[in-house]
Design a binder for this molecule. Structure first.
Ligand SMILES: Cc1ncc(COP(=O)(O)O)c(C=O)c1O
Length: 470
């Protein structure tokens, strides 16, 4: 949509619904969940074979029953003051204490994390929104390496009007393949280049935001690269925000002989390169605890200013202390948690093997991963004409044909959706090349098998379609 028609849609909304300019703009262009609610109302299950298999969202459904049972058995209001305003919007002391010892032990924090350094939010999207609102004025930029988790756009933009400044790697010395995206020197060069460009474009950059483990690539950053990120932020007085929501969704993959294990930024000593009040770690219950719907996350920071600024707005989006009790009980019960994580990892490996064997059997290329809930797959061949299968340069986002290839990617996802399986087209992750897709593998085995069958059927249809139009 061009800016003029965007304005037209917002103008109509202002008149018809008597909205503010801000409200009208968001209503017309940024309501992600409104349309999604309809498409997600009919999920596949054995009892609903005509439903849609959702392999588009990063959800881990493998242990839903266990979480539900735990909550049912443990659910209590503790302390009873959680039926009052209690300690207020920064989060219950109970959950903050439980989360502090969880981080200290499980993330091997160099310095013990204290309850005073934690701020509970209703999900991590809310945490990112709150941090962006606290550190960015309208139009300010947040650097994020590409490809990037698409939600970062909404979280930084929808309320704060901050903007994501993607960090591209194409053309950076030392970059030629996916592995290089995790290399310290490549990142150092890419970040300096992106910052310089943003400044030349008149954008005030406030922060670097990373997802570690990486969404959508399903890999972890090595400590040297994390140090490079911290040093870059220290040099330029930027905030360094590390979103570690997949920290406990790391698994063994024999196809990756020397995988990078997850190391939290909290475990590393960056004291010589960055002011510790510029470093913030984000974590949440959604992914590692198979509970996207619980809506709980937190910001770990030593920055009193950010804590105070977030406190001022979180009066309006305050996670119920009674629900906080449920997660606190999980974090406090280490035996339950360790068994839960071990079982979850086992099931994730099983599903990963099912999906990747299926891909190999059907000649679908993919990137091996050892973290996250999804697989980054390569369908570039489907977008290209038979005569130029090897020429990937056409698929670059900078190529003259970029729009056409982006459209083909969307069409592929649409055909899948029509056939009852939703997958994510890569372009939503701001990649540098079209033809990639993200598929979630952490749904129940029945849904997974059905989803893969529908996916294969869709690919045959796309293949026929693509070659027909060329
Ligand atoms: C990297 C990353 N951060 C944050 C979120 C949002 O999580 P939440 O459900 O806690 O809002 C997601 C969800 O997909 C994610 O992948």
């Amino acid at each position: 949509m061009n800016p003029a028609s965007q304005d037209e849609a917002a103008q109509t909304a202002i008149t018809r619904h008597r909205l503010s300019t801000r409200g009208a703009h968001n209503f017309a262009h940024r309501d992600v969940w409104g349309p999604r609610e309809k498409t997600m109302a009919n999920p596949w299950s054995p009892g609903n074979p005509d439903g849609t298999v959702i392999l588009r969202l990063a959800e881990n459904s493998l242990l839903h029953e266990e979480v539900a049972e735990f909550i049912k058995a443990q659910m209590t209001v503790l302390p009873i003051e959680h039926l009052t305003y209690s300690t207020g919007p920064r989060g219950s002391r109970r959950l903050r204490r439980a989360a502090a010892s969880f981080l200290t032990e499980e993330f091997q924090a160099r310095e013990p994390v204290t309850a005073d350094n934690l701020f509970i939010t209703p999900g991590l999207a809310s945490a990112i929104d709150a941090v962006a609102w606290s550190i960015c004025d309208e139009g300010d930029g947040i650097l994020i390496p590409q490809p990037l988790y698409n939600g970062f756009n909404f979280d930084t933009l929808n309320r704060s009007n901050a903007r994501v400044v993607g960090v591209p790697y194409e053309g950076i010395e030392g970059f030629s393949e996916l592995e290089d995206l995790f290399d310290p020197d490549v990142n150092q060069r890419a970040l300096e280049g992106a910052l310089r460009k943003a400044q030349n474009d008149g954008i005030t950059v406030r922060a670097l935001l990373i997802s570690n483990p990486h969404n959508p690539l399903g890999r972890c950053y090595p400590p040297e690269t994390l140090r490079e990120f911290a040093a870059f932020c220290g040099r330029h007085r930027l905030h360094f925000i590390s979103d570690e929501i997949y920290a406990k969704s790391v698994f063994d993959n024999p196809a990756m002989p020397a995988p990078t294990p997850f190391v939290s930024t909290l475990a590393l000593d960056f004291g010589d390169v960055i002011d510790p009040t510029l470093l913030h770690v984000l974590y949440g219950a959604s992914k590692d605890f198979c509970a996207n719907g619980l809506r709980l996350g937190f910001v770990a920071t030593k920055n009193e200013g950010i804590l105070g600024a977030m406190s001022s707005i979180s009066m309006f989006s305050w996670a119920s202390h009674v629900i906080q009790d449920a997660w606190a009980a999980m974090l406090d019960d280490r035996e339950w948690m360790n068994n839960f994580m071990a079982k979850k990892t086992r099931l994730m490996v099983e599903n990963y093997n099912i999906v990747t064997s299926f891909f190999r059997e059907h000649g679908i290329s993919y990137c091996e991963s050892n973290a996250g809930l999804f697989i980054w797959i390569d369908l570039r061949r489907l977008l290209l004409p038979k005569s130029s299968q090897a020429d990937h340069s056409q698929l670059k986002v900078t190529s003259p044909e970029a729009d056409m290839y982006k459209q083909r990617e969307m069409t592929t996802a649409d055909i899948c959706a029509k056939n009852g399986v939703m997958i994510a087209p890569g372009n939503v992750y701001v990649p540098e090349e079209f033809g990639w897709f993200r598929i979630t593998f952490t749904v129940g085995k029945g849904a997974l098998q059905e989803g893969l069958n529908r996916f294969l059927e869709s690919l045959a249809e796309v293949e026929a379609e693509t070659y027909r139009v060329q």
